[in-house]
Design a protein around this ligand. Sequence first.
Ligand code: KG4
Ligand code: ZN
Length: 358
Amino acid sequence: MLVLGIESSCDETAAAVVRDGREILSSVIASQIELHKPFGGVVPELASREHLEKIEPVVDEALERANVSLKEIEAIAVTQGPGLIGSLLVGVCYGKALAFGLDIPCIGVNHIEGHVYSVAFENPPVEYPALALIVSGGHTNLFFIPEAGKYKVVSRTRDDAAGEAFDKVAKMLGLEYPGGPVVEKLAKEGNSQNIKFPIAKISDGRPDFSFSGLKTAVARYVRENEIQPLSKGETPNQAIKDLCAGFQATVVKSLVGTMEKLAVELKPKTLIVAGGVACNNALREAAQKAADKLNLPVYFPSKHLSTDNAAMIAAAGNFHLERGERADLRMTADVMMRLQNFENEDAALKKKKVRYRL
Ligand code: KG4
Ligand code: ZN
């Protein structure tokens, strides 16, 4: 089945043509990084306007690069949520209208499930049960996946997402947006032993993540040690490099330590690490080391497929389309779309007044 994937949940307009959920014929990503850079983060209004401008040329280019015509596309998979409402609506409306015009099936895809499926291309097929660490700018979750299509959140962030912490620390230090790649680059030249930060402990004993305390600890360190944020074009000094290394080491240790602990408990057959932060080599190395220790395979997407893209949306959509699922014209953007679909603990967490974020 030839599926056209469309992604517009945040600040990337993307389209891809994927065959049978495993073969990428084309994957086009129009990044808005330059547009949002001056603001140090994504400006929702600007993002949706840019998606409107880019969606058509991006889809056209994906078809051209795949060397297929619209008539050959058999189904459309489009990100339905979670994400920014204005951004999501552009992709959802475009995808639905195109599918309606072509009289082919359309499916709304959960963006996070897309990240899970980003490992479908360059790795052996996933063996279930699987344990997936999805770390991006908006999400930090560990999902237990007993079989394809079934998801339970076994760890979540109580506050900031890991990628968001990278972005905020970078902003504090006067580094570029997005923070992840810059912080990683500087961390390579720093010594993580020079500045050590503690890993947040959750008082109710749940295996959850918390990164806002770490962000505050970095801010305090910056203030107490009179570290000046860089001005444009200035070369970072050793103190900033060590700070990046210490911060990154703490995030990696927290993510991989929790994944390892839950893997021992849940006994998955495959580990998955995906999402924008999975671009980070220190995270990849630590996850690989943990997997070797557990004698489990760990699958990563390539870097192109780690950050937001439409190939992963087409792959996840392919799975649902093969099961006969279809969206009708009433399908609309779902800003808070959840992936968890069994043993949902939301009610119990709410009762205990546990604050968390999906
Ligand atoms: O998956 P993604 O493209 O978008 C969301 O769905 O959020 O992830 C973007 C996030 C940003 O916060 C960015 O700083 C982070 O991924 N990121 C990284 C690296 N490359 C991107 N974080 C750490 N190290 C990297 N090399
Ligand atoms: Zn994403």
